[in-house]
Design a protein around this ligand. Structure first.
Ligand code: ATP
Ligand code: MG
Length: 367
């Protein structure tokens, strides 16, 4: 898919911008603090209705303005899809084909993006919550059913945790309501677990050859979805649901004492193993970088496999973070395949040689 045009009003330091993009590599060049990352953030927001660097939508609206508007024209195999988002004090509204959407699960998936920023190294090194977020963002773009189940799961989890706290403080005593919430949690939680397990396996298939090539050694990368449930290729959703229900039942007194839910996909993790060792704990900085790069590149292929279209690739300042070899792998893997947006303060070295016919956008003070 391609993002052909974008229009911004009052988004970050863009007062008003109308821009057309090209199918190949779009290079956003400018000095520091001019709006390069802001523009990538706008594309990311248009795709996912979330920023990659803040949870506070307020920060995205230009300082003196009330509302920000983002519009884009996405070209897909099935035709052109206009997208629109308005955000501000009164929340946000999203539109597809000029029609307001009440659920994000019908909006997300129209424009798919894979973002790679220096912070992404934290995917391997950081806390499990980052890897769960990674799975939610990537798999949510692939499957609207996943998003639907995830959002119901999160609602049920929130309510159940509130209720567990009430039981703990004896403001509530009714165990029947807790059972209802546990059933809901198991229904949606088992769906979430099943999709994560299945897509992590597919992601591994794509990531392994990429990793082997980038590491230039016969190192074997494995991706493991680590669940509180017993799960394998034969597991059915109904079986996972029963397991989760049983675990919730067994842990009930512990959960009331803790005032929170202790089992379920909100506690799961994704492990990256290189030659059977967890890269998070035992990998060198270089191995962690290689793993993160292979996994990001694999996402591009996974999305193509699952949706029939390549996503957009957003690269924020990553060239400066990668050595020449890794830059070469990255740039040769993507060219002629995915529409790419790349920010940099100057196009030099390997990138200058390897990017064929880049379109250059000079960014200065939000223009
Ligand atoms: P670098 O090369 O340092 O990464 P950059 O070009 O990526 O720079 P951005 O992060 O895109 O820089 O833009 C930062 C600028 O945007 C800053 O000058 C900041 O003050 C401005 N900015 C951020 N949020 C807003 C906002 N809500 N309204 C107006 N300006 C904002
Ligand atoms: Mg930046």
């Amino acid at each position: 898919m391609l993002l052909k045009e974008m229009e911004l009003r009052h988004f970050r330091n863009y007062d008003h911008l109308e821009v057309t993009f090209t199918p190949g590599v779009n290079v956003l060049i400018g000095e520091n603090a001019q709006g390069k990352t802001n523009l990538l953030e706008a594309i990311h927001y248009l795709a996912l209705v979330r920023s990659h660097r803040t949870n506070k939508d307020k920060e995205l609206v230009e300082w003196h303005a009330q509302n920000a508007i983002l519009k884009g024209k996405v070209e897909r195999q099935t035709g052109t899809v206009p997208l629109e988002i308005q955000l501000g004090k009164e929340g946000k509204q999203v539109k597809v084909n000029h029609l307001p959407q009440s659920r994000l699960s019908t909006y997300i998936g129209n424009l798919n993006v894979v973002l790679f920023a220096p912070e992404d190294l934290a995917l391997v090194k950081g806390a499990p919550a980052l890897r769960r977020q990674f799975m939610n963002v990537e798999f949510g773009q692939i499957s609207s059913r996943y998003l639907y189940n995830l959002s119901h799961f999160n609602d049920a989890l929130y309510q159940r945790n509130q209720y567990l706290k009430q039981l703990r403080s004896r403001q509530a005593t009714d165990r029947i309501l807790l059972e209802v919430l546990s059933d809901q949690l198991a229904t949606f939680g088992s769906e979430v677990t099943a999709v994560r397990y299945r897509l992590v396996k597919r992601l591994e298939q794509w990531a392994q050859p990429l990793h082997e090539e980038i590491s230039q050694q016969k190192e074997k990368l494995q991706l493991k979805y680590v669940s509180s449930l017993m799960i394998d290729d034969q597991s059915e959703v109904a079986d996972l649901q029963e397991q989760l229900q049983t675990l919730l039942r067994i842990n009930i007194e512990k959960e009331i004492a803790a005032g929170t839910t202790l089992v379920g996909p909100q506690r799961d993790d994704l492990h990256f193993l290189v030659n059977d060792n967890n890269v998070q704990h035992f990998g060198s900085q270089g191995q962690q970088r290689t793993t993160a790069l292979a996994v990001k590149l694999a996402e591009i292929d996974l999305m193509q496999e699952q949706t029939g279209e390549y996503p957009l690739l957003l690269l924020d300042d990553v060239l400066s973070e990668l050595d020449n070899d890794r830059q070469t792998h990255l740039l040769t893997a993507i060219q002629d395949k995915v529409q790419t947006f790349l920010t940099t303060t100057s196009l030099s070295g390997v990138a200058r040689q390897l990017i064929k016919a880049p379109t250059i956008y000079q960014i200065h003070h939000g223009q």
